[in-house]
Design a protein around this ligand. Sequence first.
Ligand code: FES
Length: 281
Amino acid sequence: MARRFKLRPLPNDSNDNKESLKMIDRREFMRLSFNTAAGLITMASIGSVGFASLLMGQPEADGGDTAVRFWVPSGAEDTAWFGDRHLEPMNYSAFQTAAANTKTGMIGAQGVWSGLPVNVVYVPHEENKDLPLVPDKPRFQYLDGYDLGGKYVGSGREVEDDSTYSTLSIHDNMIIIFSRCPHLCCIPGWQLVTNNYTGDNWASGGTDSGGDKLFCICHSSRFDPTAIEKNSMGRGVPFDFIGVRRTGGPAPNGMPLIPFVLNGDIIEALPDFKDWYAYCG
Ligand code: FES
């Protein structure tokens, strides 16, 4: 029998729809991902670039439309560290507090920004960047990216060296990742399942070793949120992007970054590279 997953009902959904969405199997989950971007959007007839443009919010000092909000998957209310904060604006200090309770000092959370699924990951980069590369001392690493044909695309270091990507420059020990798996568009999460890839461990080099990967439950693709590279999207019409590295599984490449700023303690994303977030159509 196909494994079935429990979904959180949409905030404004009717009771009938809430009932029908309670349990879905993998095929239904993937169809929902294709059509609704994290199950939040019901504008499937509008192209992704179009709906991304429509949904990009305006800055608000109180954490309004540009704020990244926690998204608590159904069933994770009692297990995720942000389980009681569904749809609340993400605040930076919450990540710092949660990270202090992990072995690696890393912490991540699933979120939503302007209707788009994201993962926000805190890495103690400033604390560890000058230490020897040893296990469980994570920091961001700028790596070379190669396309599916093995052709060199570029380096993650371009976020620091190329003004085109200046808003993606690493800051505040944090990155935001647009989270549609480039395999078949499911939504990878942070430690929502338990396996060898999701434990509180870290290994250097952007390999499949260690834990603290973003993990896609659909067909087990893995992504290292500390491995920053430039790559070419292997899904849909190709385009170059800066993102996190795919380390294993059927996804052809990693997922793009989203620039952000801190507005006081609130994490707000920027729409500078919104064309990168349309590959799932
Ligand atoms: S959709 Fe993510 S591994 Fe297939």
